[in-house]
Design a protein around this ligand. Structure first.
Ligand code: AQP
Length: 338
């Protein structure tokens, strides 16, 4: 069972990234054979950005993942731009990707509207590169949050179309979207997801945030004016807090609802959630502070990870080239699914 996932180096990572993705990465590390995690710096170049900042943030994201529990000895942790097989494969896969499907992607539509200067071809091509990221490793499982469902569907279609057109070469991956915490909501606008680019400053909690500031944000979270701690459609704010607390405690939302049944003061509940979130993130924040400035160690980790990643991806890309008739024929026969 191969697990693959990618994370953007765009700024600080928030509680949604942590719950929807990073916690799953750490869990996958114990199950994956191998578990492959990639900091997608090439994806980050598809919207306006500052080059020096991108390099720094890629290193910081790597430091954060290690601080959160990824062990470079037990998983493959690398930076996308260090493994050229990703870009080569994305070009090869573009021949089986319908332009109409790319045009319809919600993320493309949303992000292209937000671009002030240039809507790059890279932004349209983003899902093809993402398909290449996963398919290059013949990964079976892709842990992601709910917002990535559409991209997972597209990469499955791309793999299926490729296999039909050129013969069984690629593994069709499955998304692993958690049942609880797949869409952590903005604390101020709980009808929207917590987001790096589209969230409110007071409603977005960062993994490396000061504990007092985390508690303050939770205390001012938007809820309705009721007194029940239940997940109902008309209570997105409280439902969000219930799910967050369940994840932090390692229990279920049903258990939280049982514990807080009967009339409750929302203010007290918000404080409890804030304090428990802050306490659970404290060790990650401390390890991150130690690692963050140690760019030499981080670069060593990423270089070793890139070597391991390339060793896995190169034979797959060679099989794709062979199947497509690109370059000279290989001596060995095309390998099937791993
Ligand atoms: N609110 C969320 N709840 C649960 N999971 C989430 N993810 C993102 N937001 C939430 C998941 O985090 C992983 C890494 O995401 P990313 O940093 O690569 O970028 P993203 O998906 O584009 O989400 P961001 O960080 O909030 O950026 P915006 O919204 O500005 O595009 C992914 O698995 C994602 O599903």
């Amino acid at each position: 069972m191969r697990i693959f996932s990618g994370i953007q180096p765009t700024g600080r990572k928030h509680l949604g990234n942590y719950i929807g993705a990073i916690l799953q990465y750490v869990e996958g590390q114990d199950r994956g054979d191998p578990a492959i995690y990639c900091i997608v710096d090439l994806h980050a170049t598809t919207v306006g950005y500052d080059p020096a900042e991108l390099r720094r943030r890629s290193q910081e994201t790597a430091a954060l993942l290690v601080a959160a529990g990824l062990d470079p000895e037990r998983c493959v942790l690398f930076r996308q731009g260090d493994v050229p097989e990703h870009t080569e494969l994305s070009w090869l896969l573009s021949s089986v990707t319908p332009l109409g499907a790319l045009n319809r992607m919600h993320q493309f539509r949303d992000k292209s509207v937000a671009q002030r200067e240039l809507v790059s071809a890279g932004l349209l091509f983003y899902p093809v590169l993402m398909a290449a990221d996963v398919l290059a490793y013949r990964a079976h499982e892709v842990p992601v949050g709910e917002d990535q469902r559409e991209h997972i569907e597209l990469m499955r279609d791309v793999a299926e179309t490729f296999n039909k057109r050129f013969g069984e070469t690629l593994v069709v991956p499955e998304g692993n979207i958690p049942k609880v915490g797949a869409r952590v909501r903005d604390l101020q606008e709980p009808e929207r997801k917590m987001s790096t680019t589209g969230g409110t400053p007071k409603g977005t909690v960062y993994v490396d945030e000061d504990p007092a500031s985390i508690v303050k944000k939770f205390k001012s979270a938007q809820t309705d004016s009721g007194n029940e701690i239940v997940r109902r459609e008309d209570k997105p704010g409280i439902a969000n807090l219930i799910e967050i607390l369940a994840i932090v405690r390692g229990t279920t939302p049903e258990e939280i609802e049982r514990e807080y049944s009967g009339p409750q003061r929302y203010g007290d509940f918000k404080t409890t959630v804030g304090e428990e979130v802050a306490a659970s993130l404290a060790p990650v924040r401390e390890r991150y502070a130690e690692l963050q400035g140690d760019t030499a160690t981080i670069e060593d980790i990423l270089a070793a990870g890139a070597q391991k990643a390339q060793a896995l991806a190169a034979p797959v890309v060679a099989d794709v080239r062979e199947a497509m008739g690109v370059g000279p024929a290989l001596r060995r026969s095309v390998g099937g699914a791993a």
